[in-house]
Design a binder for this molecule. Structure first.
Ligand SMILES: Cc1cc2nc3c(=O)[nH]c(=O)nc-3n(C[C@H](O)[C@H](O)[C@H](O)COP(=O)(O)OP(=O)(O)OC[C@H]3O[C@@H](n4cnc5c(N)ncnc54)[C@H](O)[C@@H]3O)c2cc1C
Length: 324
């Protein structure tokens, strides 16, 4: 892909971090990188992903409009793969010709969506934080899907009102702003980091204990390499999140035999399901409403969720720019 870009006259600049934008007459005039280099172009595609909080802050400081975007936050749940295989294939041992089983679960709990996200059969729970003092977990499966665990994000819808109420209940009321949901996300990630005692150890609890508001005296083995520590993760998650998750797990246990079990472990926190910020753009020109040569793109701008949709969004913008 890189060779193709270079063959078409493109340049690739690694280790260049965007740190500033210069705006003139309703356009981006140039961009500056951390080493002070200035780049000028006819069009600028902003595709820095959903974790580039410095970029959201930069846009907000420069009065380039951005919007708070509802997202979802929760935990990662890990079962022995054999339990998921038994539930899905209705047999105690999976036939060797069958792949490790996956699942997809969704439920409304008190009018709020609770759903599985990025389920990883035969997978691994991985650390995915991007800043010091924060803990984020995500999941992936090796191509052979041969780990003995099945993990999945299990997340709850979060709105701006939820975040406002959360900060109010903490005794730290804040005004609504486009960065509100990002600040909420960050606050939970910091709580998870502290609850784990630092060093990216994740706070965890067995599934049935979590639903019964009990502390787990012991934890099962878990694929998360930095390690897990038994904690009351109700102290990490806002009450509307953990109560929705409790209702969700109990309901999923009725849909999938064996799913609701103390052999499964709940690991906090899964918080980067999608961007908590949207960078607006025109549906026709794909440009920002204030800047006629800025193209917000991909997951961070709020136009994709996952590898393929982010790539397709990039392709759509590149094709449009090529025709200018
Ligand atoms: C562990 C894990 C597993 C995943 N598994 C899957 C999966 O199985 N399937 C799936 O569809 N999705 C999966 N995802 C999600 C997927 O990775 C994202 O949806 C996708 O990468 C979003 O693409 P993007 O191009 O919008 O942003 P990104 O891939 O996040 O790319 C943004 C880029 O911008 C760079 N950047 C940020 N700030 C700056 C700056 N200031 N200056 C210059 N560059 C900057 C970043 O370094 C990064 O390279 C997974 C994510 C994780 C973390």
């Amino acid at each position: 892909m890189r060779e193709q870009l270079i063959a078409c006259g493109g340049e690739i600049h690694f280790e260049k971090k965007l740190t500033d934008l210069q705006v003139m007459n309703g356009q981006i005039e140039s961009i500056i990188t951390a080493d002070g280099t200035k780049f000028k172009a006819d069009a600028y595609i902003l595709a820095t992903g959903h974790s580039a909080r410095d970029i959201f802050q930069l846009l907000h400081q420069k009065n380039i409009s951005i919007e708070a975007k509802p997202f979802a936050l929760g935990v990662r749940i890990e079962h022995p793969q054999q339990i998921i295989d038994a539930a899905q294939y209705h047999c105690s041992i999976r036939d060797s010709d069958l792949p490790p089983a996956a699942y997809s679960l969704v439920e409304q709990i008190n009018g709020r969506g609770v759903f599985s996200f990025c389920m990883c059969p035969g997978g691994i729970i991985a650390p995915a934080a991007t800043d010091p003092g924060e803990l984020v977990v995500n999941g992936w499966s090796p191509s052979k899907r041969n780990n003995p665990y099945a993990n999945s994000g299990m997340v709850v819808q979060v709105s701006e009102n939820d975040a406002l109420n959360y900060f109010k209940q903490l005794g730290k009321p804040i005004d609504s702003s486009p960065l509100l949901l990002m600040q909420f996300q960050q606050a939970i990630e910091q709580k998870a980091f502290n609850a784990g005692g630092g060093k990216f150890v994740a706070p965890a609890v067995r599934m049935a204990d979590f639903c019964n508001n009990k502390f787990s005296a012991s934890l099962p083995s878990c694929s998360y390499l930095p390690g897990i520590v038994a904690q009351d993760i109700r102290n990490v998650l806002p009450s509307f999140v953990y109560k929705s998750l409790q209702g969700g797990f109990e309901s999923f246990g009725k849909k999938m035999r064996g799913y609701f079990t103390n052999e499964a472990v709940v690991v906090a926190t899964e918080s980067r399901t999608s961007s908590p910020v949207r960078i607006p753009r025109s549906a026709d020109t794909l440009t920002h409403p204030q800047l006629s040569n800025l193209y917000p793109c991909g997951e961070g701008a709020g136009y994709a969720g996952g590898i393929v949709s982010a790539a397709m969004d990039g392709q759509k913008i590149a094709q449009l720019i090529a025709l200018l």
